[in-house]
Design a protein around this ligand. Structure first.
Ligand code: NA7
Length: 540
């Protein structure tokens, strides 16, 4: 083997790439990781905007593969902030001696299957070329930032920042008139923090999102000790999908379990008190308080109304409160946001919401934002306008299979995968948390570990039988995609018009991409496939 030939190449050194690397190294295979950033961490490397925080509970959003690691590492808060999560990724890279297998600042430009060699030839924009029998895309679901097509954006002469490409050096908002465009999770997390520093903050909102309070806090050391003593049980709950793997029901010290109940079995008072308890408890699991919120339009409308009432009580100005109440999508069909004082921030005298539905942006000028009705002068403009989610990174790399067509061509009508793990026509190319897997609807750590373990099982299976090549059959892939759509269509998700559907990117096919049945059922499906000799995959 020449020095640029490997058994495995992994693209990405976020949490998926790091664990994949650790597992591959343990088998003695040769492996190289290519990472576009200058350090590990993936999405947590780039998303360092003020207020960036995980919306899964820290003790659940962490690796379970090493008991020593989970016992040694101490999370400080219920929901970890970006710097702490990045520190954790760095710790893992050092602790397991992973860095020397990673090429940083190496952005993959193409991956082309070489049929005679039976290998992927992976080239970077830095003119590095590697060859590997197996290529694993650990490129993340939210790693290609979207720039909005707002006229004049490039002409703004003040300070300009994009949430998902935040500079490494500190940003000063003091004495600044700041504008922020975008009110998804990123904007909602950033608003209170920017408001605490800026002279003035104007938030330009096109579509409001539902947000529930995080009730974040410093974790109690005794409680953490008790939790860690039973870590294995908690992890098992996460794997089975309790709370979408976001954290099991005993994760909070003071709160008891919330039993999922169906709306029709409840009186109005009971439904309200269940929602009240879930609101007080905080976090994304609010969505699971009434079990059929995402299936039953009547239940969903009730929960929407509950949150509208909360917003109207939290925000003093009635016009602002009304503008903040989402009315164009069922609650939960766009990713529920988890905030710290988001709604309350609008009560501050120097914070203002502009409802772009009533007063649209005409253009960005050198000095600020020109609305239809007025010009808003700004020193700093922040955009938090989202991502080309789930397929953006995979399709940006010019991946070409043996038949001479690219992944972008194969997916021109939307992504097609088997189990979200592989695509027909692209042998030996695995995806971690790809479209068609629970991915963004789950705790990513739970999904990442399950995917990596599945891929390793498949590679071992191949090694034992001297198989050189694997890909899913066309039939198994179309069967899985049909199942993914059927599951989505049994929920309200398709009504959300969200990035889950590609709806935020002009021209992107509208296909519901994540698998909505949950991490537990998905794991069972994968386990059954593996047990049946990797049913649906073809080996050669
Ligand atoms: P999101 O959730 O996609 O939010 C993007 C926001 O940007 C959303 O409010 C958009 O409004 C807004 N947007 C996009 N383009 C424009 C234009 N042209 N004008 C005004 N507003 C615009 O991205 P986030 O980064 O907040 O969150 C993504 C995930 O990252 C999140 O769920 C977490 O998992 C982490 P729109 O809805 O399109 O009207």
């Amino acid at each position: 083997m020449s020095s640029n030939q490997y058994d495995v190449v992994i693209v990405g050194a976020g949490f998926a790439g790091l664990y994949m690397l650790h597992r591959v190294l343990a088998t003695g295979r040769t492996v190289r990781v290519l990472e576009q950033a200058s350090d590990v961490g993936g999405t947590w490397y780039f998303n360092r905007y003020p207020g960036a925080r995980c919306d899964a509970e820290s003790l659940a959003y962490s690796y379970s593969f090493s008991s020593d690691l989970e016992q040694d590492w101490t999370w400080s808060e219920r929901y970890a902030q970006q710097p702490e999560i990045l520190a954790y990724a760095r710790h893992v890279a050092d602790r397991f001696d992973l860095r020397r297998h990673i090429d940083f600042d190496s952005r993959v430009a193409s991956a082309v299957w070489d049929e005679p060699q039976g290998a992927w030839v992976v080239a970077t924009s830095q003119n590095q070329i590697l060859q590997a029998k197996v290529c694993i895309m650990a490129t993340g679901c939210l790693s290609v930032p979207r720039r909005p097509d707002i006229d004049g954006l490039e002409h703004f002469s003040g300070n300009f920042y994009q949430a998902s490409q935040w500079p490494t050096e500190p940003v000063n908002f003091k004495d600044q008139r700041v504008g922020l465009i975008g009110t998804g999770s990123s904007g909602i997390q950033a608003v209170p923090v920017i408001a605490s520093e800026a002279d003035e903050l104007t938030v330009f909102q096109r579509t409001p999102n539902f947000s529930v309070p995080a009730h974040n806090k410093v974790l109690d050391a005794d409680w953490v000790d008790a939790f860690k003593k039973r870590y294995a049980e908690h992890r098992e709950n996460h794997r089975q999908g309790i709370g979408s793997g976001f954290g099991d029901l005993a994760v909070l010290p003071q709160a008891g379990p919330i039993d999922p109940v169906l709306f029709e079995s409840l009186t109005e008072d009971q439904a309200n008190s269940i929602l009240e308890a879930a609101w007080e408890r905080g976090g994304a699991r609010f969505m699971g308080a009434i079990g059929d919120t995402l299936m039953n339009p009547v239940a969903n409308a009730f929960v929407q109304n509950f949150v509208h009432q909360k917003i109207k009580r939290l925000v003093r100005d009635p016009e602002t409160a009304t503008a903040l109440c989402p009315s164009n999508h069922p609650i939960g069909t766009r990713r529920i946001c988890v905030d710290s004082n988001y709604y309350e921030t609008y009560n501050l005298p120097h914070v203002r919401l502009v409802n772009l539905r009533k007063d649209p942006i005409v253009k960005i000028t050198e000095l600020g934002v020109q609305l239809q009705s007025e010009h808003v002068a700004l020193d700093t403009l922040v955009i938090a306008t989202g991502f080309d989610a789930m397929t953006g990174a995979l399709l940006s790399m010019n991946v070409m299979g043996p038949e001479g067509f690219t992944l972008a061509e194969a997916w021109s009508e939307g992504p097609k995968t088997y189990l979200g793990l592989m695509a027909h026509g692209f042998p030996n190319l695995f995806m971690i948390t790809g479209p068609g897997s629970p991915s963004v609807l789950s705790n990513m750590m739970v999904s990442i570990e399950q995917h990596v373990d599945f891929v390793m099982g498949c590679l071992e299976f191949m090694g034992d039988r001297d198989h050189q090549r694997v890909e899913p059959s066309a039939e198994s892939q179309s069967g899985w995609m049909q199942h993914v759509q059927e599951v989505a269509n049994s929920t309200l998700f398709p009504q959300g018009g969200s990035w889950y559907l590609g709806a935020n990117v002009p021209g992107k096919p509208r296909v519901f991409m994540p698998y909505a049945a949950g991490v537990g059922p998905y794991r069972l499906a994968c386990d059954a496939v593996a047990k049946a000799g990797y049913r649906g995959f073809e080996f050669a």
